[in-house]
Design a protein around this ligand. Sequence first.
Ligand SMILES: Cc1cc2nc3c(=O)[nH]c(=O)nc-3n(C[C@H](O)[C@H](O)[C@H](O)COP(=O)(O)OP(=O)(O)OC[C@H]3O[C@@H](n4cnc5c(N)ncnc54)[C@H](O)[C@@H]3O)c2cc1C
Length: 484
Amino acid sequence: MRQSEIVAALRQVLPREGVLWRDEDLRPYECDGLTAFRQKPMIVALPRTEEEARQVLVICRRLEVPVVARGAGTGLSGGATPHESGVLLSLARLNRILEIDPVARVARLQPGVRNLQVSEAAAAHGLYYAPDPSSQIACSIGGNVAENSGGVHCLKYGLTVHNVLGVRGFTIDGDLIELGGPGPDHPGLDLLALVIGSEGLLLVVTEVTVKLIPRPQLARVVMASFSDVRQAGDAVAAIIAAGIIPAGLEMMDRKATAAVEPFVKAGYDLAAEAILLAEADGTPEEVAEQIAEIESVLQKAGATAMVVSSSEAERLRFWSGRKNAFPAAGRVSPDYYCMDGTIPRKNLGPMLQAIQGMEERYALRCMNVFHAGDGNLHPLILFDANRPGEWDRADRFGAEILELCVRLGGTITGEHGVGIEKINSMCVQFSDSERAAFFAVKAAFDPPGLLNPGKAIPTLARCAEYGKMHVHAGVLPHADLPRF
Ligand SMILES: Cc1cc2nc3c(=O)[nH]c(=O)nc-3n(C[C@H](O)[C@H](O)[C@H](O)COP(=O)(O)OP(=O)(O)OC[C@H]3O[C@@H](n4cnc5c(N)ncnc54)[C@H](O)[C@@H]3O)c2cc1C
């Protein structure tokens, strides 16, 4: 009865095909990229315009129905996992590029526009949108904003939060919120960074204004081989310590290159225990100078071999191996669990060694792929969900990695968000009062708590159950580090 009542209400504002409620229509929406968690929504709403999206929110507020926004569903932390008695609000049909202004170097986008589509459209003006998640062929700008997504080139050009100038969206009450904009300054509180990365908990984003930057004249990438993963980790720290900010600085261990190479034929050194990819971009003179500096640091750091891309095709081939690392994991294992944590770069070496120990303890293999320059780890834990106990072991393996990230002075997510996947690990990272502050922000935007409930912020009871209240007597680990 509840379903019929909500379907009838939604049909007053959406066309028939914009409201899905039959089992076979709901199935495709039961999970995002975190396929281990599945839940069918009660209803899927597919608005075509901003006004229709607003009306869906107003109806859900009136009928007290939870709402989960969904972009392309590529998220890896279960942020878009539906609520069993809620509406899944797909923004996929709001997929128009509203404006590209090559003079102001900005683009105005609906949330369903794919990340890569922005750079493709801006290319005619010699411009592009810098944040480039490996999922950029599919993921949406709305999802990027909600997750504060990163990518290979974010080390030099910044994450989503550094490249989004304005966001327009609606609260659960259907009230318009406009933050930032194309101009250099704006009246009112600067809440843009609060909303970017808020995982669909505060508002539904219906328009995004992004910064476009000129395409560099040239880019070249150094591929360096190392006979020891720890040494490769230390080499990353050495590059940054030398004052070099490469356009991209990524690392893959031997298990990752072995999985990727037959698939992509990137030309990786399969004998190396780890490879580093370090890119320089700019004018030909700047690139030549930086490549020489990078080579010199890597040589001193113990690189056993180095190859510099000699053409644009070769550069793209080197990167395509890295960008296809996650799908390649699916070729060597029935299932994989992609973790996402961040640590200070100087700790990359010790972290890799610790993960090797965990592989033995949990009797599971782990491929390592990193946005190394950012200290952002993506260990891919390989398991077979059909073998009893393997998912549980993978889950505990992942949680231990995240706890170690916190102990090493890092965070439990670099770019994939908390969602439902890391909600317990939030109890390790944040104290009671910090989590209370998060709830207060949530309540200010969404008093009835209907937007993406149960995600990202754990309740006190949940943390107590998890038994991971590491902040005792007010003594916070690494209290010197800035916190949200
Ligand atoms: C192979 C692969 C590689 C990946 N590589 C990267 C990477 O390099 N870097 C990276 O950062 N991520 C990466 N990801 C993760 C994922 O692609 C990003 O998190 C992406 O931003 C999600 O976008 P989406 O449109 O798919 O969002 P969804 O998965 O649909 O949703 C993600 C979250 O955003 C919320 N949301 C979506 N749209 C809106 C909206 N309009 N308003 C409010 N909330 C909204 C949802 O409720 C959910 O909480 C990868 C994923 C895959 C599968």
